[in-house]
Design a protein around this ligand. Structure first.
Ligand code: NAP
Length: 225
C-alpha cells in the first residue's frame, strides 16, 4: 500500500491531501496541533502525529516517531500568510516576521533532513506547497510582501533539496495550489480545495511529465522561479 506523510494536515489543503490519499487507498500519516484536529484526522483513517513546526522539540519527536517509516510522498504544507498589508511601503513588524519566517522557512529547513531519509528511495517525492506569490520572475505587486519573501525562500529550499537529494533517486517539487478557498485563501478564491488537491496529486503522481527540481501549479503548468 502506498504511503504519504502530510505535514500540516489539520484543515484546508493539508486535510484535503490526507482525505484524498486515504480515499485512494493509501496509508496516511498526518500532523496536527490541536486535539480536535487529531480526532478529525483519526476519524478519516489517518495516523495523527503531533507537530507544531515552530517547536524544535516537536520536530525531534517527529524524527523519532518516523524511524523505520517509508513514504512515497511527503507534503510540506504547513504555512501562514502573516500581515496582508505588508508591502514595500509598510514593512512587517518583527513579531510577524518571526512567525511567518519561522513557520514557512525555518521549519522547512529543519524538516528536510528529518523527512528526506523517510522517502522511498525508488522515486519518493517531496512536495513543498509553495505559492506563485513566491515567484520572483512573476512578481507584479508587493502586496503580502512578507509572505512573498517567505515563499521565495521556500522555492530556494525546494531547489536545493533537489540538488542535494536527486542523485539518490528522490524527487523534489515546488507546487502552487492555485488561489484556493480555505481559511487562508478566503471565500472569494478561484479554486475549491478538492479541485486544487486533485490536480496537485496528479502532478505528484507523474514523475516523467513533472520532473524533480521544478515549480508547477495544480493544473500542471510550469512556473518560473
Ligand atoms: N489557500 C491559498 O490560496 C494558497 C495559495 C498558495 C499557497 N498556499 C499554501 O498552501 C498551504 C496550505 O494553505 P491553506 O490555504 O490550506 O491554509 P490554512 O487553511 O490556513 O491552513 C494552514 C495549515 O498550516 C498549519 N500550520 C500553520 N502554522 C503551523 C505550525 N506552526 N505548526 C504546524 N502546522 C501549522 C495549520 O495548522 P493549525 O490548524 O494547527 O493552525 C493548517 O493545517 C500553505 O503553505 C499556504 O501558504 C495556499
Amino acid at each position: 500500500m502506498p504511503a504519504a506523510l502530510v505535514l500540516g494536515a489539520s484543515r484546508g489543503i493539508g486535510f484535503e491531501f490526507a482525505r484524498q490519499y486515504l480515499q485512494a487507498g493509501w496509508q496516511v500519516h498526518a500532523t496536527y496541533r490541536q486535539e480536535a484536529h487529531r480526532l478529525a484526522l483519526r476519524d478519516i483513517g489517518a495516523h495523527p502525529l503531533k507537530l507544531d513546526v515552530e517547536q524544535l522539540e516537536d520536530i525531534a519527536g517527529l524524527a523519532w516517531q518516523l524511524d523505520g517509516e517509508a513514504f512515497d510522498v511527503v507534503i510540506m504544507n504547513a504555512g501562514v500568510f502573516g500581515p496582508r498589508d505588508s508591502s514595500t511601503q509598510k514593512p512587517a513588524d518583527a513579531a510577524a516576521f518571526d512567525q511567518v519566517m519561522r513557520t514557512n522557512v525555518l521549519a522547512a529547513m529543519r524538516l528536510i533532513p528529518v523527512v528526506m531519509p523517510c522517502l522511498n528511495a525508488q522515486g519518493g517525492t517531496m512536495a513543498f506547497i509553495s505559492s506563485r506569490m513566491g515567484s520572483i520572475a512573476e512578481a507584479s505587486s508587493s502586496y503580502g510582501l512578507l509572505y512573498r519573501v517567505s515563499k521565495a525562500s521556500v522555492n530556494m529550499l525546494a531547489k536545493l533539496a533537489h540538488v542535494d537529494y536527486h542523485a539518490s533517486g528522490l524527487r523534489v517539487l515546488a507546487l502552487h495550489p492555485g488561489w484556493v478557498r480555505t481559511d487562508m485563501g478566503g471565500p472569494n478564491a478561484d479554486v475549491d480545495v478538492q479541485t486544487s488537491v486533485d490536480g496537485l496529486r496528479r502532478v505528484i503522481s507523474e514523475p516523467l511529465a513533472y520532473p524533480s527540481g521544478q515549480f508547477f501549479d495544480y493544473r500542471g503548468s510550469s512556473l518560473a522561479w
